[in-house]
Design a protein around this ligand. Structure first.
Ligand code: NAP
Length: 259
């Protein structure tokens, strides 16, 4: 093993795949926000919890002698991505954004693409009907007190108490979801509209295919723009970037051995 230290900002399947591919080839630490109660085991070191903003992250990177950073967080995790960009720029550390591929729109899709959860909730109220809502827990507050809609809300964990969501049902389950399941869900709950985030990835794409087949409208919340800097949507390309960057890092920096 070399002494190069890679920090993967994780919490996604892509981050886990990269950690698996690189563990043993260099020192790998994966940082998780700590939102999942029992995260799946990962090779290398795992650090759980926030860093305390860009300053806290920069301190941690320095103290732990990190040489390079892969930001493989969720496409909607804009705060940690911006913090990573700022901390790495300040310290002169190489950083790559690994962001899973976006979903491709089919000509038959009836998507209304909107910027925010609030805009999505307003659009849903205008259209009315029975909505299948798959936006995660953090943006649910925007869907409080809507009139003329019934919500089927799919989450990984129970929503916090105190949300005034109007008529709704919560189902708890974790992907991947297959097409047969998604078709059945739309039929069983007589869904007339889907509300989702443009998260991308294969694990949760089946609902879009089921909505397309059923000719249902979809309210799609757009991804926030990634911070400036290099970006890839492929784990293999990220692995190649790590290998060539670690190789190219100056040995003079800390007098440590090369890749
Ligand atoms: P965020 O808003 O970018 O981050 C908020 C704070 O959480 C950060 O400032 C940081 O705290 C901490 N944090 C986030 N990721 C971290 C990591 N990998 N390691 C250590 N600390 C981390 O991100 P978010 O709150 O996780 O999520 C924002 C959006 O992404 C939401 O829309 C959410 O639904 C979506 N998301 C979805 C999934 C999913 O599996 N569906 C997973 C993650 C996120 P400090 O400032 O203290 O460092």
């Amino acid at each position: 093993m070399t002494s190069r230290h890679l920090l993967i900002l994780g919490g996604t399947a892509e981050a886990a795949a990269l950690a698996r591919a690189l563990a043993g080839r260099l020192q790998v630490t994966t940082a998780l926000a700590g939102r999942t109660e029992h995260p799946a085991p990962l090779p290398g070191a795992v650090r759980i919890g926030g860093f305390g903003g860009a300053d806290g992250l920069a301190d941690w990177l320095e103290k732990n002698e990190v040489d390079l950073v892969i930001d493989a967080t969720h496409p909607f995790a804009a705060v940690i991505s911006a913090n990573a960009a700022s901390a790495c720029t300040r310290l002169g550390l190489p950083r790559l954004r690994l962001q899973r591929p976006a979903w491709r729109r089919d000509p038959r899709d009836r998507w209304a693409e909107l910027e925010t959860a609030e805009a999505a909730a307003r659009a849903l109220e205008r259209l009315g009907g029975r909505a299948f809502v798959t936006i995660g827990v953090q943006e649910l507050a925007a869907f409080q007190r809507l009139h003329g809609v019934w919500l089927l809300i799919r989450l990984i964990a129970r929503p916090p108490a105190g949300l005034d969501l109007g008529p709704h049902q919560v189902i708890l389950s974790r992907g991947p979801f297959n097409l047969a399941e998604e078709r059945l869900l739309l039929q069983r709950h007589r869904i007339t509209i889907l509300v989702t985030k443009a998260s991308g990835g294969a694990a949760t794409e089946a609902k879009l295919i089921a909505a397309r087949e059923a000719d249902l409208p979809v309210i799609m919340i757009r991804r926030p723009p990634p911070p400036p800097g290099p970006i890839t949507d492929s784990v293999e390309a990220a692995q190649a970037w790590v290998e060539s960057t670690a190789q190219g890092l100056s040995t003079a920096m800390r007098g440590r051995s090369t890749w």
